[in-house]
Design a protein around this ligand. Structure first.
Ligand code: ARG
Length: 472
C-alpha cells in the first residue's frame, strides 16, 4: 500500500490534513491519542469563537481579507456557537483540539473563506488568548463567590456580635472571644484572597492575539483593535512572551491554593464545632448526610469535601509549575497540559466556595454550648493577671505566677476561677479585693478587649458596619 493511500484512506477528516502538507503519512494511532486535547479544551469554545470573531473583523477592517469573507466567517462562527450550545455539534478527536474542530466545521459551513480566518494567526497566540479569556471569567466568578461567602459570614457575625465562645490556641481554651469576631477573621482572609485574584486579573489582561506563532506577522494587523474588542487593556508587548506565558494561570492557581487553605481551615472548624463533644453549631439538613448504619448521625460531608478538595487545587498548582519550569521560549506542546489542571482546580474551588456559603448561611449557633465551653478551662486567667498588674501594680511576670497558682487551686477544687472565695485567692496575694470578681466573668472579659482589632462586642459592631458598607 502506498504511503499516499494510507493518508487518504481515513474516513474522517483529521488535523494532519490541516497541517500535514509536508507529511507523507498520517499519525500513528497512539500519536493521535497523545496529541488530542479536545476532551479537555472543548471547554474553550465560547472564548475561541469570540477571539476568532474579533480577529476576522480586524482582518476585514484592515483589508487583509475581504468584507464578504469577514461576514461569512462571522455568520459561520455564530452558527457553530449555537450548534455547540444546543448539543448538535460533533466534536471529533481526530481533529485534535477545539481550534481545529471549529475551523473544520467552519470550512463545511462556508467553504474556502474559512481558510482565510487563520491569516496572521497561529494556534499558539490563539490558545493563549482563549485560555486567558477563560481564566479571566473564572477569576470574576471566584470574586462573586467569595463576596457571597463574606456576606454569609458577615450575617452570622451580625447576629452574634456579643455571643461568647472559647478562643483557642493549640486548640486549648485560651481566652473568651466573640463569635462575631471569629466570623470576621474569615471575612478578612477572604478579602485578601479576593485581592490576590484581582491582582492576577490585572496582570493577566494583556492580549496575546496577533503574536502569531512566536515572532509577530508581516500582515498589517491591528492588535490594539482585537485587544479592545476582547476587553483586554492592551496587546502584550513581546510576541515571544505572549505565546509562552502561563503566569496568568499560575497566579490564579496560587490565589486558588491560598483560598483553598482558608476554606479548608474553616471547614475544619465547622467539623470540630459540629461534633458531639463541642456542639457549638448545628449544620443544616441541606449540607449534611446521615449514616446508613447509625441513625443518630449527621455527618458534615460538605465541610469534609471542602477540606479534601484542597488537595486537588494544590495538585493543579504543582502540576502546572512542573510543566512550565523547564520550557525554553516560546511555545512547546507541553503547554497543552496547562488546561486540565486549571479547569479542575477552578471547578473544585467554585464548588467549595458555594458549599461553604451554604453551610455558613444555614448553620445554627448553639449559644449556650459556646458560652458554657467559654467558661471552662480558666479562660479568664489572663484577665486576673491583668487585674493584678492594673490594680496592684504588679510586674506582669509576677502577676502571671500568682495567677498560675490560683488556677492550680481552682483546678484542685474542680471549680471555675470565679467560684473561689476571696480568702482562697488572698492566700496567694493578700492585696486581692472583691473587685477582682468583675474581671472573672466572661462577659466582662470580652467587653474589656477594646484595643484596636480586639474582640469586644462594640469593636465587632463597628467592624460589621464597615464590612456592610464595603460588601454592599
Ligand atoms: N491544543 C494546543 C494547546 O492547547 C493548541 C496549540 C497548538 N500549537 C502548536 N504549535 N501545535 O496548546
Amino acid at each position: 500500500m502506498s504511503k499516499r493511500k494510507a493518508k487518504t484512506a481515513s474516513p474522517h477528516p483529521t488535523t494532519s490534513q490541516m497541517w500535514g502538507g509536508r507529511f507523507s503519512q498520517g499519525p500513528a494511532h497512539i500519536m493521535a491519542e497523545i496529541n488530542a486535547s479536545i476532551d479537555v479544551d472543548r471547554q474553550l469554545y465560547a472564548q475561541d469563537i469570540a477571539a476568532s470573531k474579533a480577529h476576522a473583523r480586524m482582518l476585514a477592517s484592515q483589508g487583509i481579507i475581504s468584507a464578504q469573507d469577514g461576514k461569512a466567517i462571522e455568520t459561520g462562527l455564530n452558527t457553530i456557537f449555537s450548534e455547540i450550545e444546543n448539543g448538535s455539534f460533533e466534536f471529533k478527536r481526530a481533529l485534535e483540539d477545539i481550534h481545529m474542530n471549529i475551523e473544520a466545521r467552519l470550512t463545511e459551513l462556508i467553504g474556502d473563506a474559512a481558510g482565510r480566518l487563520h491569516t496572521a494567526r497561529s494556534r499558539n497566540d490563539q490558545v493563549a488568548t482563549d485560555f486567558k479569556l477563560w481564566v479571566r471569567d473564572a477569576i470574576e466568578r471566584a470574586d462573586v463567590g467569595l463576596k457571597n461567602l463574606q456576606r454569609a459570614l458577615l450575617a452570622q457575625a451580625d447576629r452574634h456580635a456579643a455571643t461568647v465562645m472559647p478562643g483557642f490556641t493549640h486548640l486549648q481554651s485560651a481566652q473568651p472571644v466573640t463569635f462575631g469576631h471569629h466570623c470576621l477573621a474569615y471575612v478578612e482572609m477572604l478579602d485578601r484572597d479576593r485581592g490576590r485574584f484581582g491582582d492576577a486579573r490585572s496582570r493577566l489582561n494583556e492580549s496575546p492575539l496577533g503574536a502569531g506563532a512566536l515572532a509577530g506577522t508581516s500582515f498589517p494587523i491591528d492588535r490594539h483593535a482585537t485587544a479592545a474588542a476582547l476587553g483586554f487593556d492592551r496587546p502584550s508587548a513581546n510576541s515571544l512572551d505572549a505565546v509562552s506565558d502561563r503566569d496568568f494561570a499560575l497566579e490564579t492557581l496560587n490565589a486558588a491554593a491560598l483560598t483553598a487553605i482558608h476554606l479548608s481551615r474553616l471547614a475544619e472548624e465547622l467539623i470540630i464545632w459540629s461534633s458531639g463533644p463541642f456542639g457549638f453549631i448545628t449544620l443544616s439538613d441541606a449540607f449534611t448526610t446521615g449514616s446508613s448504619m447509625m441513625p443518630q448521625k449527621r455527618n458534615p460531608d460538605a465541610a469534609e469535601l471542602v477540606r479534601a478538595k484542597t488537595g486537588r487545587i494544590f495538585a493543579a498548582q504543582i502540576s502546572l509549575q512542573t510543566v512550565m519550569k523547564g520550557l525554553p521560549l516560546a511555545y512547546s506542546k507541553d503547554m497543552q497540559e496547562d488546561k486540565e489542571a486549571v479547569f479542575d482546580a477552578v471547578k473544585s474551588l467554585e464548588l467549595s466556595i458555594a458549599a461553604m456559603a451554604g453551610m455558613i448561611g444555614d448553620m445554627t449557633i448553639n449559644k449556650d454550648a459556646m458560652e458554657k465551653a467559654a467558661g471552662d478551662g480558666f479562660s479568664t486567667a489572663t484577665d486576673l493577671a491583668d487585674w493584678l498588674v492594673r490594680v496592684l501594680n504588679k510586674p506582669f511576670r509576677d502577676a502571671h505566677n500568682i495567677t498560675g497558682r490560683i488556677v492550680a487551686a481552682a483546678e484542685a477544687k474542680n471549680c471555675h476561677l470565679e467560684d473561689l472565695s476571696l480568702s482562697d485567692m488572698q492566700k496567694f496575694e493578700p492585696g486581692i479585693t472583691d473587685d477582682v470578681y468583675s474581671v472573672l466573668s466572661l462577659s466582662n472579659s470580652v467587653h474589656s478587649r477594646t484595643s484596636f482589632g480586639g474582640t469586644a462586642p462594640e469593636n465587632v459592631k463597628l467592624e460589621i458596619a464597615r464590612w456592610k458598607e464595603r460588601l454592599s
